[in-house]
Design a protein around this ligand. Structure first.
Ligand SMILES: CC(C)(COP(=O)(O)OP(=O)(O)OC[C@H]1O[C@@H](n2cnc3c(N)ncnc32)[C@H](O)[C@@H]1OP(=O)(O)O)[C@@H](O)C(=O)NCCC(=O)NCCS
Length: 188
């Protein structure tokens, strides 16, 4: 799905561009995926875990996402000009096409650490909410790993509430087990 590009102002006064990632962003997207999983233990991929996606695979994936009516990806780019602009973060909204689950859509989001706390998460969540309402979805869903207080704060601020927990869902880097929390937001 295509997202109409938009400029936002970050908490530190810089501006950022929100737009759909394009196939030409594939290399930077792979770097972003490597980086985010090395900067936090709260994503599914662990630090140092090899990406299974090749550059060609990622290009094809971004092409498919752009063409798919069921996937909306929004990337946040920060930088003064085209040369210095980098991916600060990315989010995705996945719609369901089956009749029984078409009222639900799920969200994923991750930013590079250098861009945490600048309001990007809040801005991306707002855009995903608009897109879901536009599509007629009545329930947004997401999961987070126990202990991810920053993500939980963003989600609660964005109107989500905890709906359940999957105990011992993850083995963390320090060997401990952590639960997976399910959150939902009913769109009225
Ligand atoms: C979780 C994440 C997406 C949040 O995005 P963000 O851009 O940093 O969030 P925002 O700056 O919009 O802040 C949202 C809210 O988080 C809360 N928050 C900010 N800093 C915080 C901190 N240090 N600890 C706890 N909560 C904090 C505040 O309530 C803030 O709202 P406010 O700006 O009105 O005060 C981002 O930190 C991230 O990508 N983390 C790593 C990957 C990850 O955990 N993804 C989620 C997987 S489920």
């Amino acid at each position: 799905m295509f997202f109409e590009p938009k400029t936002i102002t970050l908490k530190d006064g810089r501006s950022a561009i929100l737009r759909s990632p394009e196939p030409d962003d594939a290399e930077e997207m792979l770097e972003y995926l490597r980086m985010t999983s090395s900067e936090t233990d709260f994503l599914l991929r662990s630090a140092g875990e090899e990406l299974t996606m090749t550059l060609d695979g990622e290009r094809a994936y971004l092409e498919r996402a752009a063409d798919s009516p069921d996937t909306l990806m929004i990337c946040c780019f920060v930088g003064d000009d085209e040369e210095s602009r980098v991916i600060a973060g990315n989010c995705a909204l996945n719609f369901n096409s089956r009749r029984k689950t078409a009222h639900r859509a799920s969200i994923g989001i991750a930013l590079k650490k250098a861009f945490w706390g600048l309001g990007i998460g809040t801005a991306l969540m707002r855009e995903l909410d608009f897109a879901a309402r536009k599509r007629g979805v009545s329930q947004l869903e997401l999961e987070f790993i126990e202990g991810n207080t920053r993500a939980r704060a963003l989600y609660e601020k964005s109107g989500f509430r905890i709906a359940g927990v999957h105990p011992n869902a993850f083995r963390m880097a320090d060997g401990s087990l952590a639960g997976e929390y399910l959150m939902i937001k009913e769109l009225k």
